[in-house]
Design a protein around this ligand. Structure first.
Ligand code: UDP
Length: 245
């Protein structure tokens, strides 16, 4: 969690960086060299702009969580150059949402949710009073931020394809996992209301520090190299999130 990583940085350095190094050491001892790393689109930093492409020069993320993801990507890349046994996939997640169709697996964050989707579904279920929409004066189509939301089941399928790809290859390769479609916060709210036939209490509040106006992927590389195509629509993501909640 981005906010938490600012409050307890050493815990994040320890779990994410030291933890990844220890995992790779254990893998090496066990003779296992194929790894899929759950990275984040935040590694593109603030100086690039959408759509983000894997070969862009990575920037410095403005928070400790993102910084640990960038460092681990760099360490894994160096590891795969030094030791040719390794085959590593770096999956750069955009904004995963939704839940499994069964409704048995979903997202229930501890405490007050930071992310948009769990907050929205908790308002819908009556656990929170209203959704605060952070900023409506961004240079976007409706003034609210745009993000690239991806269904968790599509995300999971990308991992299976990444493992299959890595078993046949060597080195380190990054793939964006997003749909490539920018969707605004207001679009999320209105589509959620329509598809689930429920109204969401909300208000516009000031911008949240560190939010970029528009953040979405160029998702071509995963399509060409992994044969991955996201198949769930925005409506699926919002219906499945609500079904789970
Ligand atoms: N957002 C919002 N209200 C909330 C939580 C998030 O308006 O209670 C907005 C946030 O400003 C951002 C978008 O929703 O533009 C997605 O935020 P989230 O924290 O889910 O993911 P991020 O893109 O920051 O990783």
């Amino acid at each position: 969690a981005v906010g938490e990583s600012q409050q307890i940085p050493l815990t994040y350095f320890d779990h994410n960086i030291a933890g990844s190094v220890q995992l790779a050491q254990a893998m090496q001892r066990a003779g296992v060299f194929n790894l899929v790393f759950s990275s984040s689109a935040t590694v593109y930093g603030e100086s690039n702009s959408s759509p983000y492409q894997e070969d862009m020069q990575l920037g410095l993320p403005n928070n400790n969580y993102g910084h640990t993801k960038l460092i681990v990507e760099q360490l894994l890349e160096k590891l795969s150059i030094a030791d040719k046994h390794w085959s590593i996939a770096l999956l750069r997640y955009f904004n995963p949402v939704g839940a499994h169709k069964s409704g048995r697996i979903g997202e229930d964050p501890l405490g007050i949710p930071n992310n948009l989707m769990p907050y929205l579904t908790q308002v819908a279920v009556g656990r929170r009073e209203k959704l605060s929409i952070f900023g409506n004066d961004y240079p976007t189509q409706d003034g609210t931020c745009e993000r690239d939301f991806i269904h968790v089941v599509d995300l999971a399928k990308a991992h299976v394809l990444a493992v299959e790809n890595r078993i046949k290859s060597q080195g380190c390769r990054a793939w964006n996992i997003g749909t490539g479609q920018p969707i605004s916060v207001l679009q999320i709210k209105s589509t959620f209301e329509k598809i689930n036939n429920i109204s969401i209490n909300s208000e516009f509040v000031s911008r949240r520090a560190g939010d970029l106006p528009s953040f979405y992927a160029n998702a071509l590389r995963a399509n060409i190299e992994l044969g991955w195509t996201p198949k769930y629509t925005l409506e699926d993501m919002l219906a499945d999130s609500w079904n789970w909640q």
